[in-house]
Design a protein around this ligand. Structure first.
Ligand code: UD1
Ligand code: MG
Length: 473
């Protein structure tokens, strides 16, 4: 089967410098949603994307997509220099289509059509291979059909034409069955029809929808089907519609999590902009955002307003409110947050505690170690049962290069200590509060760098009051 995705339009109503099809929905561009569905339809799918407005950005996105997933390498693009209508857009792809197979037309700005809906449309149009397939049209009965092309049927109920809103008489405007734009067409006839399209209409465009009347004339059977849910056929023309679809997709994801046994304190207040998988009895409080791939094992509890990205968390770990975790692996029975920031390359073992205002980056921390308050631990290897006091900083950056800090098992680091990397603290060592460690600290000893404490007789200065009250204020 040929698959064409029309994506050359500007999307004026978005009022954006970004082409419409690259606007993000649930964390990925609208076009990516459509492409994912397209390639899921058949193994051999080589979708042809018609690009035009912002073509360089769309091309850059497509090559990035192909790098991320080789399955998308098969995508071809065709440039439509001027956007002269949907029929004109499809005309540009003719040389890329196999005339012996039917052509499925999708829209880059209609992101949530399901595979099931498309497959039944394809079946309806006589299967995947038929050279002379019927014409399959995905229609929808809408309470408010304004703006859409209307499906006109004859007395027997057979489709006779599609009329655009701007060309419609009041009686046609009263029709509630609309053209979703998604259709399956016999390619040989399509090629002939597209070449004979005219622009005699209110918008002066080549309408793809005009091929319907041509199909009727040529005796090609037209069959219609409808999607199960209205959101499947909704397009994005404005920020308002984009926001509505975002809620739709988030609601579906929340419902799936609830169904799988996850506790969501409010299913209306969760955003999953990637893939979230959860074990048994996971609790997620309100306002959390999940990006990339996140896995929460059984018994994990996430406090309110956390942002988690590309992270795995093992069983029974608790994440406190307002915590950010990105690119980390966190062990079982650990505690992170509230107000912690865990950055890429962090591996925390079981029962590690990371408290408020602690930042950890590119660091491995072994079991039962703690940094409970106000610390920065970067580019480090921290052993087991280490205690990192409040205000401790690993000075990992000399202005040019990053250096490593090694802290061995059972170390105790007093508050407000700076570890100037590269530096190593031996097993069981203690660092006195306020130490600036510039040389390795030996195992088992107390190391402290601190000016000796002195007590002196001392008189605080006294503020001298002005003598005269005439002094102007
Ligand atoms: C189109 C249909 C209308 C249908 C509606 C469904 C036509 C003439 N009308 O109208 O019957 O109810 O979709 O949403 O087909 N595009 C190009 N090149 C162009 C013009 C458009 O690639 O020259 C792409 C757009 O990027 C978009 C899609 O085609 O993805 C639809 O174009 P749009 O202008 O939104 O068509 P509508 O007027 O909404
Ligand atoms: Mg549209």
């Amino acid at each position: 089967m040929n698959i064409v995705i029309l994506a050359a339009g500007q999307g004026k109503r978005m009022k954006s410098a970004l082409p419409k099809v690259l606007q993000p929905l649930a964390g990925k561009p609208l076009l990516e949603h459509v492409l994912e569905t397209a390639i899921s339809l058949t193994k051999a799918a080589q979708p042809v994307v018609v690009i035009g407005h912002g073509a360089q950005y769309v091309n850059a996105f497509l090559s990035d997509l192909a790098n991320r997933n080789p399955r998308f390498k098969a995508i071809k693009t065709v440039l439509q220099k001027e956007q002269k209508g949907t029929g004109h857009a499809l005309l540009q792809t003719l040389t890329k289509l196999n005339k012996d197979l039917p052509t499925l037309v999708l829209y880059g700005d209609v992101p949530l059509t399901t595979k099931d809906t498309l497959q039944s449309l394809i079946r309806l149009a006589d299967g995947v291979r038929a050279k002379q397939s019927a014409l399959g049209l995905l229609t929808q009965n809408m309470e408010n059909p304004k703006g859409y092309g209307r499906i006109v049927r004859d007395q027997d109920g057979a489709v006779s034409a599609i009329v655009e809103e701007k060309d419609a008489s009041p009686s046609i405007k009263a029709i509630h069955e609309i053209n979703t734009g998604i259709m399956v067409l016999p390619s040989e006839s399509l090629s002939k029809w597209l070449k004979s399209l005219k622009t005699k209409n209110a918008q002066g465009e080549y309408y793809l929808t005009d091929v319907i009347a041509m199909a009727v004339r040529d005796g090609v059977p037209i069959r219609t089907s409808q999607a199960k849910n209205e959101y499947e056929i909704l397009g994005v023309n404005s920020r308002d519609q984009l926001a509505a679809l975002e809620r739709q997709i988030q609601r579906q994801r929340a419902a799936a999590l609830l169904e799988s046994g996850v506790t969501l304190f409010d299913p209306e207040r969760i955003d999953i902009r990637g893939e979230l998988s959860c074990g048994q009895d996971v609790w997620i409080d309100v306002g959390c955002v999940f990006e990339g791939r996140v896995h929460l094992a059984a018994g994990v509890r996430i406090g309110p307003y956390c942002v988690l990205k590309d992270t795995q968390i093992a069983t029974n770990t608790q994440v406190g409110a307002f915590t950010h975790i990105d690119g980390a692996q966190i062990g079982a029975e650990a505690r992170v947050g509230p107000y912690a920031r865990i950055r890429p390359g962090t591996i925390l073992a079981n029962e590690v505690h990371i408290g408020n205002f602690v930042e950890v980056k590119n660091t491995k921390i072994s079991a039962q170690s703690k940094a409970n308050h106000l610390a920065y631990v970067g580019d480090s290897i921290v052993g087991a049962r280490v205690n990192i006091g409040a205000g401790t900083i690993t000075c990992n950056y000399d202005g040019v290069n990053k250096h490593q800090t090694i802290i061995e098992d059972d170390v105790f680091i007093g508050s407000d200590t700076q570890l100037v990397a590269p530096v190593k603290v031996g097993k069981g060592a203690t660092l006195g509060a306020g130490t600036t460690l510039t040389k390795d600290a030996p195992a088992g000893k107390l190391t402290v760098s601190r000016a000796k404490q002195v007590s002196l007789d001392w008189q605080r200065p006294i503020k001298i009051k002005p003598k005269s009250s005439k002094v102007k204020k």
